[in-house]
Ligand binder design. Structure first.
Ligand SMILES: Nc1nc2c(ncn2[C@@H]2O[C@H](COP(=O)(O)OP(=O)(O)OP(=O)(O)O)[C@@H](O)[C@H]2O)c(=O)[nH]1
Length: 474
């Protein structure tokens, strides 16, 4: 498969191939990691490398992607657009672009990153390393986007600036609501191609074949992407190293709620050429706390906490060890808005994961941390994926505007299971999280949550999966 040489104005060498870089953006929990994993598993014949930018100190997204891709750089603890220098991103892109066989690079932005800033950083990188701008893919959550836009009107502009919109989680909404979202997109981004899907199941060709005329090969696709990108007048940022970053300055202020600037967002020293932070970024309004827990949690107590607002967190994600009738089991835990989901967690290898940014200490009030809860210094990329004892710990990231950090730490500490083997969590108590469980294992014999008699603590008997029960309201 041929990769094109760039044109004379941007190529570092007349013959050097350039690797297209796609920025995968979208609000918190919209489905970026899900889409990325789908792309990595899809048999499209294009060797991809990825950069994963986690907002929290625990590289949750990177860990969920690790194992699917040979070349992965993890950049955690803050949005790339603010927390990383151009040099760091250039170095990561350079490293991946020179990995043998790599034909495309996807940057998964954090859910609070400013995609236009990232696109500018990528454009800048094209002058110092062998990459080309591929395009901006915006993922939106069909069930949340109307509320998100109400709360953060500036998100509309992101849609307008995208090269491709993936309207995800179509399964979560009724046709009428989907139609409302489509109407929003028709008004906000009339010229942008939209793909409607569930669980990020986008045919990779839609990304790589976006130009209407079916190109002959990937080389042509990449060339077309670059030309298309350069021609778009709505991409207001400058693609040159000395760019003034005009698109960036064009953002509307959003949701300035008077919060102090988040500690993890020290934007005072930044990218060369980026006039940074004369305006608000989306993440300025948000706070984050990362917790590491060193004992299994009681499922009913923990689910009670998250169902009752999770300390004001809009987004919670991470890895949970839950106590049960037998050995504790590990789960991926996700909360986006009101939507809660758990999946069984099978740790993947980390050999392919390069932590570009060491996980620093976090931002929560350490003096309020209970003894068995470690704040914001949980699993570094090295330990979290090692398969060692450390990887069995729970690690959770909470993100929200009105985040009660102390309460989160205290309540999570109170959720720690203190029972013994002789006094295990009862089957009835498991009902607390069963309704939220996705992807139940193929072989029920293997897992204790399939052993239940089918009777909840309240005495109701479920003859069907709760989500199939029309009367069930989680
Ligand atoms: N019902 C439904 N759930 C989905 C879909 N896509 C993703 N999810 C779930 O939504 C949750 C969030 O998905 P992610 O892929 O982690 O979202 P994200 O955009 O990477 O999240 P952040 O990086 O935190 O912003 C997970 O529980 C996914 O399993 C979908 O199409 N339908």
């Amino acid at each position: 498969m041929d990769i094109p040489s760039t044109n004379a104005s941007t190529s570092t060498s007349a013959t050097s191939p350039r690797v297209p870089v796609f920025v995968l953006a979208g609000f918190l929990g919209s489905g970026k990691t899900t889409l990325l994993n789908h792309l990595l598993q899809d048999d499209h014949g294009i060797k991809l490398a990825v950069i994963v930018n986690d907002f929290g100190t625990i590289p949750v997204d990177a860990m969920l992607v690790a194992g699917q891709v040979d070349s992965l750089v993890s950049m955690a603890n803050g949005c790339l657009c603010c927390e990383s220098s151009d040099e760091e991103l250039d170095a990561a892109l350079d490293q991946l672009a020179h990995t043998p066989g790599v034909e495309g690079i996807i940057i998964e932005a954090s859910g609070l990153a400013e995609p236009q800033v990232l696109m500018s950083m990528v454009a800048t990188a094209t002058t110092v390393t062998e990459v080309a701008v591929g395009g901006l893919i915006e993922v939106i959550d069909a069930g949340e986007v109307l509320d998100t836009v109400r709360q953060h009107p500036a998100v509309v502009k992101r849609l307008h600036n995208a090269d491709l919109i993936v309207l995800n989680k179509a399964d979560r909404v009724e046709p009428a609501e989907l139609q409302q979202v489509r109407q929003l997109l028709a008004e906000a981004a009339p010229a942008v191609m939209t793909v409607t899907t569930a669980y990020g199941r986008v045919d990779a060709r839609v990304l790589f074949d976006r130009p209407q005329a079916a190109p002959q090969n990937f080389a042509e696709l990449v060339a077309e992407h670059r030309d298309q990108y350069a021609e778009h007048s709505h991409h207001e940022h400058d693609h040159h190293a000395d760019h003034a970053h005009s698109g960036h300055g064009d953002y509307e202020h959003c949701h300035d709620d008077g919060h102090d600037h988040h500690e993890s967002c020290d934007c005072s020293e930044h990218h060369h050429g980026h006039d940074h932070h004369d305006h608000h970024h989306l993440h300025d309004s948000y706070r984050m706390v990362s917790l590491s827990l060193h004992a299994p949690l009681h499922p009913a107590r923990f689910m009670d906490f998250v169902r009752n607002g999770a300390g004001g967190a809009y987004r919670v994600k991470g890895f949970l060890q839950l106590a049960g009738p037998r050995e504790p089991e590990s789960f991926v835990f996700e909360k986006t808005g009101q939507h809660i989901a758990l999946q069984r967690w099978f740790p993947q290898g980390s050999a392919n994961m390069t932590p570009a940014t060491a996980a620093p200490t976090g931002t929560a009030p350490a003096d309020s941390a209970p003894a068995d809860v470690m704040l914001a210094d949980p699993m570094s990329a090295d330990t979290a994926l090692s398969g060692s004892e450390e990887s069995a710990q729970s690690g959770l990231v909470f993100i929200g505007v009105e985040l009660d950090e102390s309460a989160i730490a205290e309540v999570c500490a109170a959720c720690v299971w203190e029972g013994t083997e002789a006094d295990p969590v009862s089957e009835g108590e498991l009902w607390a999280f069963y309704p939220y469980l996705e992807d139940v294992a193929a072989d029920p014999e293997d897992y204790w949550w399939e052993d239940w008699e089918g009777e909840s603590a309240a005495g109701e008997v479920y003859l069907v999966e709760p989500e199939d029960d029309p009367t069930f309201l989680p």
